[in-house]
Design a protein around this ligand. Structure first.
Ligand SMILES: C[S@@+](CC[C@H](N)C(=O)[O-])C[C@H]1O[C@@H](n2cnc3c(N)ncnc32)[C@H](O)[C@@H]1O
Length: 285
């Protein structure tokens, strides 16, 4: 059988067409990431070498990955990693793929806390460990604890701690905020991106989300408010004066969070890149 010779440009064009037909959002961008990951070359380099002919082995690998992407397996699971807050983290179905909105929360926190921040950071519902690892990465004098109820997510968080070589500064612990107390130590920052989708919002999410992100990482009772209100209660009881609570929540939740927090915290509501009121930053009075 005569194998067809394909250049990088032709592979990108044909694969993008295929993924578009399968309804994949950002099809071309995803193909470029796949090609760049298989060839182990930065994406920019692809543009400079469009006419290069691809050997059969990488071509076969690219084809398999594109077929899987067409079945709506998330790109991050196919590549096995996600870039988040200056780190490369392992990503698979054990925990939620960390989102750009959450990366923005980390950025906001790093800008507000000085680099000399020495406190303990508690990330409630740590999932892959993304928030606590990236915060500790940017705040070199801090120590972090990623708390998580789901054992599968916890195993991924532990792998990411080792992957980022942060085992001296970050620990992942089993914890359920509906049952367990926070440890008896002084906490400087409690941060959380808890589940906050209403079940109807989850039902209308993309296939990637419904099939590959754990449901327990996304959906919360009482129109999505149950979990962050629990965390506000815990943090209100636990933090000392000057302690910080930072939360991410849904686009319609800002006033609920503000009203619950303002009793004991000085609170600012902050917007994400889409101008949604997405985060609360509270300092305990
Ligand atoms: C929206 S995900 C966030 C994951 C990660 N922090 C991130 O931002 O990518 C929420 C996480 O909270 C965890 N979770 C849900 N209920 C919990 C509970 N009662 N106690 C502790 N963790 C919980 C989920 O398993 C999930 O990992």
């Amino acid at each position: 059988m005569v194998k067809k010779i394909l250049t990088i440009l032709e592979v990108i064009e044909k694969s993008s067409e295929y993924l578009k037909k399968k309804g994949v959002p950002s099809a071309k961008c995803d193909v470029e990431w796949i090609v760049s990951s298989v060839l182990k070359r930065p994406r920019m380099e692809l543009f400079l070498n469009y006419e290069e002919v691809l050997p059969q082995k990488p071509l076969d690998q690219i084809r398999q990955l594109v077929l899987s992407r067409g079945k709506r397996v998330p790109l991050q699971h196919l590549l096995g990693t996600v870039q988040f807050g200056g780190l490369s983290l392992i990503s698979d179905s054990r925990a939620l793929i960390p989102r750009p909105e959450t990366e923005r929360l980390v950025e906001v926190l790093v800008n507000r806390l000085s680099e000399s921040f020495k406190g303990s950071i508690f990330d409630l519902g740590t999932g892959s460990g993304a928030i606590v690892l990236s915060l500790c990465h940017s705040l070199p004098n801090s120590k972090g604890f990623g708390l998580e109820k789901c054992k599968r997510a916890l195993s991924l968080a532990n792998e990411n701690i080792l992957h980022c070589k942060m085992e001296n500064r970050v620990k992942a612990l089993h914890y359920d905020w509906e049952v367990d107390k926070l440890p008896e130590i002084e906490i400087g920052l409690i941060v959380s991106n808890p589940p906050y989708l209403d079940i109807t919002e989850w039902e209308s999410a993309e296939t990637e989300v419904k099939q590959y992100d754990p449901l327990g990482a996304l959906v919360s009772k009482n129109q999505g408010t149950f979990d962050f209100l629990q965390i506000i209660n815990l943090a209100s009881a636990k933090l000392s004066k000057g302690g910080i609570l930072a939360l991410e929540f849904g686009a319609s939740h800002a006033d609920v969070a503000l009203n619950a927090m303002k009793v004991l915290f000085d609170v600012e509501i902050l917007k994400d890149y889409n101008q949604c009121r997405r985060y609360a930053f509270g300092t305990k009075r």
